[in-house]
Design a protein around this ligand. Structure first.
Ligand SMILES: CC(C)(COP(=O)(O)OP(=O)(O)OC[C@H]1O[C@@H](n2cnc3c(N)ncnc32)[C@H](O)[C@@H]1OP(=O)(O)O)[C@@H](O)C(=O)NCCC(=O)NCCS
Length: 188
């Protein structure tokens, strides 16, 4: 991790816009992603999560851009994917986030993660769910930029033993981050 960059870079102020995924899939799937899992999750995984009613999906623009060009997207869900860790309790889960490929390396990803952590906190207080106050996500072991981004946002590996994904023929880490609200400091 480059500590100097971590200190120097101010997160890009982004503006989240809730979006209907089916309407925006053609636009964002036309971005030149190198990773096949991104369009696959956009088409097959996130719409199913949204249908169940506990997920959210946002497009992001640079808050200072008058043209409001889309520079990234992200999703959050509340699910039971890791019920074996949470003791059968629901928990927030980030299934996917990404910057537009030509906008990587500018600090947009960290801003998206920050927004999604805030949404995870809100959802962890959903009445009637008794949510487990930890957000989960998966990141492929070869995704150095993704792992750095999540570590800098306070995520840690659930286990140092990666899990093999036969669909992508590579392994991923499960990462987790505790959620809490400190009344004087806001969401931490
Ligand atoms: C992971 C991701 C969200 C990070 O967002 P970002 O805005 O590029 O984040 P940063 O600007 O803070 O850069 C973080 C790291 O990404 C890597 N990175 C920077 N520019 C990059 C580029 N042009 N291409 C690939 N990786 C790059 C670097 O390792 C960087 O670490 P450094 O700060 O030590 O140099 C973004 O690269 C992305 O959208 N990747 C594809 C989707 C993905 O991996 N999502 C996360 C897992 S679901």
């Amino acid at each position: 991790m480059s500590e100097s960059r971590k200190i120097d870079v101010v997160p890009v102020p982004i503006f989240p816009v809730p979006a209907i995924i089916q309407r925006v899939i053609p636009q964002i799937c036309s971005w030149p992603f190198e990773d096949s899992y991104i369009p696959r999750l956009l088409k097959n995984d996130i719409p199913q999560r949204l249908q169940k009613g506990k997920a959210g999906f946002w497009l992001y623009t640079d808050a200072a851009d008058p043209k409001k060009e889309v520079i990234g997207f992200g999703a959050i869900d509340v699910c039971l994917n890791y019920d074996y860790v949470t003791g059968n309790r629901h928990h927030p889960h980030i299934p996917l986030l990404a910057c537009r490929p030509d906008m990587r390396g500018k600090g947009i990803g960290p801003s998206i993660v920050k927004h999604l952590i805030g949404e995870a906190v809100l959802r962890s207080f959903w009445p009637g769910l008794n949510c487990y106050p930890v957000v989960f996500l998966e990141v492929y072991t070869d995704n150095v930029g993704g792992i750095k981004t999540y570590q800098r946002a306070g995520f840690q590996n659930l286990s140092d033993e990666p899990t093999y994904d036969p669909k992508e023929k590579k392994s991923y880490f499960v990462m987790t981050r505790s959620l809490s609200i400190a009344p004087e400091q806001g969401i931490t």
